[in-house]
Design a binder for this molecule. Structure first.
Ligand code: CP
Length: 311
């Protein structure tokens, strides 16, 4: 079985069959992660470069772990300390990647579309690790894996994404992926942080947590980007927490059990209360563990398809 594309640039347009293949493959790699010896050989001889032009903890570490678990040779690149600080362009960086015969590129970039650009100028497989406000496909896949492991299936699952939807690549990828897999998706946040025409994506919009909490199985709480306050999109963190903070008190009023997710990093007691983040409703650390398995699955599916294409 092979994916329909040789890159993973986003989840928009990715079929349910491809998403299912990635989730099924990740499940078998999750078992590898629980073994005493966690290394397997499929990417032996492949070279992967991690190009991180923006800061990251979870995504960068879990891609590197996934690559090493699959026995690939790994090169890490961070914009700070590289020739980017001397003005080198992404196109020139790409040409150098090509000259060094790199097989796969993982890229995080502040500009939406940077991975798409790279995929047009290099022969390597390109994986989007988050581009601007556009997409973060591996985050959405690990979110879907976590939910499928917990609920058995995604079809009919009621998921609400809470917070800054407007600027969120996590929200966009989750909406595309979850809708394709048949989940019921809603968003909740201040009107200033919800894009217009959300309903055209088949997503219901709420502006009060009290209206959505009784109707969902899952709240996926997004980090409030503190810099947004300066642009006047919400008055203060205290005000944001008062109206949109997901707290134990609010969640425990619901008659049904609710699962709490967060992509990280968390602003504790702003968008999500610390007791809830660490409590029994939370699957946040499960998401992080599944992140390694999902990234192993994508690297494996793209990297081994590349070998058979060449042979
Ligand atoms: N969820 C996520 O993308 O986290 P990092 O920015 O730490 O990679």
């Amino acid at each position: 079985m092979a994916l329909q594309s040789r890159h993973l640039l986003g989840l928009e347009g990715v079929s349910a069959e491809d998403i299912t293949l990635i989730l099924d493959t990740a499940r078998s790699f999750r078992e590898v992660l629980d073994r005493p010896i966690k290394k397997v050989p499929p990417l032996q001889g492949k070279t992967i470069v991690n190009l991180f032009f923006e800061s990251s903890t979870r995504t960068r570490i879990s891609f590197e772990l996934a690559e090493r678990r699959l026995s690939a040779d790994v090169v890490n690149f961070a914009a700070s300390g590289s020739s980017v600080s001397k003005g080198e362009t992404l196109k020139d960086t790409a040409r150098n990647i090509e000259a060094m015969r790199i097989d796969m590129v993982v890229i995080r970039h502040a500009s939406s579309g940077a991975p798409h650009f790279l995929s047009r100028v290099v022969k390597a497989n390109v994986i989007n690790a988050g581009d601007g406000q556009h997409e973060h496909p591996t985050q959405a896949l690990l979110d879907m894996m976590t939910l499928r492991e917990k609920y058995g299936a995604l079809k009919g699952l009621r998921v609400c994404i809470v917070g800054d939807i407007l600027h969120s690549r996590v929200a966009r990828s989750n909406i595309y992926g979850l809708k394709t897999m048949g989940a019921e998706v809603s968003v909740c946040g201040p009107a200033t942080l919800i894009p217009r025409h959300m309903e055209e994506l088949g997503v219901r919009v709420y502006h009060r947590l009290e209206d959505i909490i009784p109707r969902v199985d899952v709240l996926n709480v997004l980090r409030i980007q503190l810099e947004r306050q300066k642009s006047g999109l919400f008055p203060s963190l205290r005000e944001y927490h008062r109206y949109f903070g997901v707290t134990k008190e609010r969640v425990e009023k619901a008659p049904q059990p609710i699962t709490i997710m967060h992509p990280g990093p968390i602003n504790r007691d702003v968008e999500l209360s610390a007791d809830l983040a660490d409590g029994e409703h939370s699957v946040i650390l499960e998401q992080v563990t599944n992140g390694v398995a999902i990234r192993m699955a994508i690297l494996y599916l793209l990297g081994t398809a590349q070998s058979s294409e060449r042979s």
